[in-house]
Design a protein around this ligand. Sequence first.
Ligand SMILES: Cc1ncc(COP(=O)(O)O)c(C=O)c1O
Ligand SMILES: N[C@H](C=O)CCC(=O)O
Length: 425
Amino acid sequence: MKNKELFEAAKKVMPGGVNSPVRSFGSVDTPPIFAKKAIGAQVWDVEDKAYIDFIGGFGPHILGHANPVVLEGVAGVLSEGISFGLSTAIEVEMAQTINRLMPSMEMVRMVNSGTEATMSAIRLARGYTKRDKILKFEGCYHGHSDGLLIKSGSGGLSFNVPTSAGVLDALVEHTLVGQINDIEGLEALWARHGHELAGVIVEPVAANMGIVPLDQAFLKRLRDLTMSTKTVLIFDEVITGFRLGLGGAQGYYNIQPDLTCLGKIIGGGMPVGAYGGRADIMAHISPLGDVYQAGTLSGNRVAMAMGLNTINYLEKHPEIYRQLEEKAVFLETAMIDNLKAAGIQGQVNRVGSLLSLFFTKEPVTDYHSVMKSDTEVFGRYFASMLEAGILLAPSTFEAMFLSMAHDDEVLKTFIDIQKEVLKSL
Ligand SMILES: Cc1ncc(COP(=O)(O)O)c(C=O)c1O
Ligand SMILES: N[C@H](C=O)CCC(=O)O
């Protein structure tokens, strides 16, 4: 079946024709493609058209799609059974590996998605502190658990439902919302509510309203304030974990949170999540403590094997992070040049191998400047790039992910195509 036929068929049996809203391409007003396969930096759709891919599965494929390194031994794992309702040795190895590379994660609990990780970390913060309120930041996305779907980023922002229907008012009431990079606002909020806060959750690099770097000074102030009130600081590193470096964003910024949430890369593309942190806090998780959290498929062997294959490779080849940085700087510079050549006022934001292009003349440093970017122009840019064989994430509010499979030739092809597309807008 072709893309169009599949979408028509899908819409009859799946809400919006998709299992995750962003995949509908709804916010860029373009019919979606259906993927058939992906290898390296390329994705093919069901009509066998090839695209250079910058979605990267929304983050896990740092080594490129279907990398043999990631898949090694997986067939053997499958043939021995993948979930037993019992613990397995590979789960211990995963926790030890995460703990070695991210020492703030003294204890680790595996779950099946980033959503589960953040939801569980919030519950733990509340159980540990015996307080109700939490703080999140406008435009940050932490998955789709009720209490975090408030002024959120990603699909919520793209589809204009940042605060979801169906979320209890009581949860909205207990979720305070701040602004990233606004130290004064943070201090004012702390003066009023600091002692009521169980936890603060933050993406240390905002990556779900496009890429918006957080100032180190802001993160540092957040760390100091949370310490002063014994509020649990939670870094949501579902995207940044093992992407900005082996030590994640916390290593990159040299700021240690109390709890960390991981996902994506640690499953090598399989459903996965993890949360972990200070042993004295994690000791409140069942069966040690009274904060309950469980999972039939948690720590499943395929996700553990593919995640460990990825992490072990990254650990053996730490030069990868320098190489990714070089690729990303090359791309960033060329994108800025392309914008100039086309006479378009735009902003390229980048942290490590995460990039964003915003169609706005002012620097993008927070939620409000993100919202000044022109989503209609982005829609036209997206559609023309797709037509020309470049697959971008289908929203201004999603990141561009680079992988080791994006070699010079691939990057140059992107740059040449982008130059022409920008001129045509
Ligand atoms: C920062 C962040 N946190 C949490 C999530 C939720 O992860 P998942 O989609 O695996 O539930 C995502 C992505 O979806 C994310 O980007
Ligand atoms: N921004 C989200 C994850 O990082 C996109 C994934 C999704 O919602 O399908």
